[in-house]
Design a binder for this molecule. Structure first.
Ligand code: SF4
Length: 224
């Protein structure tokens, strides 16, 4: 068992690459969650200098932006990554038959459960921990994220190596290291997921203000 409290304190001001180097040397089986945000690509870039291929997965809801699908191809061509393609059990067609057309408009909580939360359990099976791009600055619900935590929902470790980084720091790092960036980020989407539930943010709005507008919902449910 890892002493996560001690590690979390120790890594509080460490560079993400040092954190990743240390954790991947501890003999545990880790996988990286890829949503193709700037955060995830920076982590992949760093991990790829430590291990090759990187073990990663993406949750394909079948409702991602065309830019994200194209960017996925760019990333897999550039980095050494074993990117597992995780999809929901229900196709969109069968979801519509069972729950009605455009479930995200009627019940986004159920839609996220079917298309993200449930598939994640399968993606994490057999692993000791997962690595995410969560940052404290992203939302009040993420403000208390630790560098390393115990994920009670999935019963494994969760590493958030960018937890304390701010947007400017992240953007500068990606630019300086020539790390590819999903074009959605330059089209007004500091955060994105499925296209039916994401709009660009307006100046002054918070990072995740464009997600699930009109609903009392700020997370899909995979991060608790
Ligand atoms: S973000 Fe929207 S479309 Fe995507 S799974 Fe959740 S509710 Fe469904």
């Amino acid at each position: 068992m890892l002493d996560i409290e001690t590690l979390a304190m120790k890594w509080e001001k460490s560079h993400p690459q040092d954190i990743l180097r240390e954790i991947t040397g501890m003999g545990l089986k880790w996988t990286l969650a890829m949503s193709f945000s700037r955060e995830d690509t920076v982590i992949l870039h760093e991990l790829n200098q430590i291990c090759s291929p990187v073990d990663a997965f993406w949750l394909d809801t079948n409702l991602l932006f065309p830019e994200t699908y194209a960017f996925k191809d760019e990333i897999t061509a550039r980095y050494q990554v074993n990117l597992r393609h995780i999809q929901p059990t229900l196709s969109l067609e069968n979801q519509a038959k069972r729950y009605g057309k455009d479930l995200w408009q009627e019940d986004p909580h159920r839609c996220c459960y079917l298309r993200k939360v449930e598939p994640l359990f399968a993606a994490l099976e057999g692993y000791d921990g997962w690595i995410t791009g969560i940052r404290r600055e992203q939302s009040p619900s993420r403000a208390r994220a630790q560098i390393i935590e115990w994920d009670k929902q999935h019963e494994l470790y969760k590493l958030n190596p960018l937890a304390f980084w701010l947007s400017d720091e992240l953007e500068n790092y990606a630019e300086t290291h020539n790390i590819p960036v999903n074009p959605l980020h330059t089209q007004g989407y500091p955060s994105f997921g499925c296209y039916p539930c994401t709009r660009p943010v307006k100046p002054g709005e918070s990072i995740r203000a464009g997600r699930w507008e009109g609903w009392d919902k700020s997370e899909c449910g995979i991060h608790q």
